[in-house]
Design a protein around this ligand. Structure first.
Ligand code: ATP
Ligand code: MG
Length: 607
């Protein structure tokens, strides 16, 4: 089996060469009290370490981009002001200012009861559950300790600034300080008060706000990553491969030793705890925790700090990135529509949470293949021997490589539109207004990035990082791609419109005729859906046959009863006939057969 390969034989980069897993791990059953250390206040002021060639801050890039100043290309009326004095990397990166830190181990929150109606009440339950479990642990050790960890002296947790509740609370002026720009963690009492208070209830919020203010004086800063370091990776996962390297992290394909499933684990390249990258790392975790629940956004499982590195356990996307996909050939219109349909669904979901991605590009759009599709098609074509005209579809389905779902990943730049803290993404996909620090319509900045992504994926690349071509693409001069229809070319140009207000919204793209037509689903996808429906139909037919059998049995019993009770068999036969007729009447309700009759009334009518 592939995953049984001994670790020393793996030709992959070791995840952590420096971590001493055991020496750092305290006893799993003891919660050693210790003092909390808080993160630096000055993260925003630190210059980022080692900016990559794509990073907007990179010095030599800035110098190169100054060449764009000579090219004023805004010839159209509705084109921007043509001010090209700014080229992509000349803006300094403002380190993210984020509100608080969810060092809350997901495993604790997962223990929350399923009855909880929202995540806040779930977290409240988790607080209680944690207390109970602390008592339990004192009495008997856990049978399978997955990791050792120290709990801080004060039992604290952070508030994720991207949850709808946090945003709501943030909107309330009185809560601005607590949930806004300052970092915050809450102790158990404060957390209970906060979680149990209805965010819409003014009094409750005020009370929670008071308690928060009180707590705020004691623990005004977020939990530092230093304080949440745990040794988990080697214990819980088997590293299989390196699947990608980005500016910020290295991504490993791993198998969880316990559940046997494959995950993608992203590890920050450098130790982030206490560095200027700490906030960026936490931002990605917060965004994933809030957004990783949509089919078109990479799913999130857990995150932790280990050896001062940030590790995020995500869904493994076996189809790789869109960037990898276009290395062989560019996508045609049919495939491009599927990319757009999936990504716009994910983006619509992100935008509906008042959040923006801010780094959409082919490297950050991943794909998963549908492994069951082929099997399903195989089985179906074997079962369906009669010619129903679908043979060709099944055939195509069997040989297809196109059953793919695209997902938005790399949420490290996500920010809230209500209080944006923008860290510019890759300058090749950056809109001009964001470069000019106009953050008034960040939704449309994402639309621009997606538009230019489609342009590249359809063969319009390679995209310029700076200079006159960079400005051309942002000043309404988008070349027409011959491989695409006029409609699609127009849509891309509209998405890349110099005026953000004139770009379509994610909702309107979702409803665009180009996607609403049936052919926006590939023939293969339709075939798959049909196969699934046929399966359902088959199950219903089986139930129907079963119901018919039951009815026959009942008829025989009634017949027998009638003969036994009434020696006059002729009369008995007559009774039986009238009874059977009643049985076959869909809405009849007679005695002990009511239930059966009702249950089967719909199918019986069709027999
Ligand atoms: N969940 C995943 N499944 C499969 N491959 C992945 C996954 N996450 C990341 N990758 C691969 O790893 C690469 C780098 O990941 P990611 O974009 O998250 O890192 P990054 O350092 O934040 O990148 P960036 O340079 O965009 O900031 C991706 O381009 C992709 O090829
Ligand atoms: Mg990336």
């Amino acid at each position: 089996m592939a995953f049984r390969q001994p670790e020393h034989e793996m030709s992959v980069t070791s995840l952590d060469s420096s971590v001493e897993l055991r020496s750092r791990s305290p006893s799993p059953q003891l919660f050693n009290p210790r003092k909390l250390r808080f993160a630096d206040d000055d993260f925003d002021k630190d210059p980022p370490e080692g900016a990559s060639p794509h990073h907007p801050l990179h010095q030599h890039q800035r110098q190169k981009l100054s060449s764009g100043e000579e090219h004023h290309l805004g010839s159209k009326d509705d084109v921007g002001d043509g001010d090209v004095s700014m080229s992509p990397p000349c803006q300094k990166v403002r380190a993210l200012r984020l509100f608080s830190t969810p060092a809350t181990p997901k495993t604790i929150l997962q223990k929350s009861t399923t009855q909880c109606s929202n995540h806040l009440s779930a977290a409240a339950a988790a607080v209680n559950a944690t207390r109970r479990s602390e008592e339990l642990f004192r009495e008997r050790p856990r049978s399978l300790p997955l990791h050792n960890r120290k709990l801080p002296t004060q039992d604290t947790a952070n508030v994720n600034p991207f949850t709808p509740d946090s945003l709501l609370a943030h909107n309330k002026k009185r809560c601005r300080t607590q949930f806004g720009r300052e970092n915050l963690n809450l102790n158990v009492n404060a957390m209970q008060k906060y979680l149990l208070s209805d965010a819409c209830d003014d009094d409750a919020t005020e009370e929670a706000g008071d308690s928060l203010r009180e707590i705020h004086q004691q623990a005004p800063k977020r939990l530092a990553l230093h304080d949440t370091n745990i040794s988990r990776f080697k214990r819980e996962f088997m590293q299989v491969n390196v699947i990608g390297v980005g500016e910020f992290g290295v991504v490993f394909q791993c198998v969880n030793r316990l559940d046997g499933c494959i995950y993608a684990i992203k590890k920050s390249k450098k130790p982030v705890a206490g560095s200027s990258f700490e906030k960026r790392a936490l931002n990605e975790v917060w965004a994933h925790a809030v957004l990783g629940k949509h089919d078109n956004v990479v799913r999130y499982y857990s995150a932790w700090a280990e050896d001062d590195h940030m590790l995020i356990q995500n869904e493994f996307c076996d189809g790789g990135s869109l960037h990898a996909r276009i290395q062989d050939h560019f996508l045609g219109e049919a495939d491009l529509k599927i990319v757009l349909m999936h990504v716009i669904e994910g983006l619509r979901y992100i935008h509906s949470n008042d959040l923006v991605h801010m780094d959409l590009k082919p490297e950050n759009i991943f794909s998963t293949m549908n492994p069951n599709a082929h099997k399903l098609a195989e089985e179906q074509s074997q079962q369906t021997k009669d010619d129903d005209g679908m043979d060709s579809v099944y055939e195509e389905l069997r040989h297809s490589e196109n059953l793919v779902t695209y997902k938005i990943g790399d949420l490290g730049h996500v920010t809230s539109v209500k209080e944006p803290h923008v860290e510019e993404g890759d300058c090749r996909y950056l809109s001009k207004e964001v470069l000019q620090e106009d953050y008034s319509n960040l939704f449309k900045a994402d639309i621009f990035s997606l538009g230019i992504t489609l342009f590249e994926v359809a063969g319009g690349g390679p995209l310029p990082k700076n200079g006159p071509e960079w400005h051309n693409l942002r000043n309404g001069m988008v070349p027409v791609l011959p491989s695409l229809s006029r409609d699609f070319n127009e849509l891309i140009a509209q998405m890349m419109h110099p005026n953000p207000d004139k770009r379509p919204t994610s909702q309107s793209i979702f409803n665009h005729p180009i996607l609403s037509a049936v052919d926006s689903k590939s023939k293969l996808q339709l075939g798959l859906e049909l196969t699934v429906e046929k399966r359902k139909n088959e199950i219903l037919m089986n139930k129907l046959r079963e119901a018919k059998k039951q009815i026959k049995l009942l008829e025989q019993r009634v017949n027998l009863l009638a003969v036994t009770n009434n020696p006059d068999s002729l009369d008995g036969q007559r009774c039986l006939r009238s009874f059977t007729r009643r049985m076959r009447t869909p809405f009849s309700s007679h005695g002990k057969f009511d239930g059966i009759s009702d249950r089967n009334k719909n199918i019986i009518t069709n027999i």
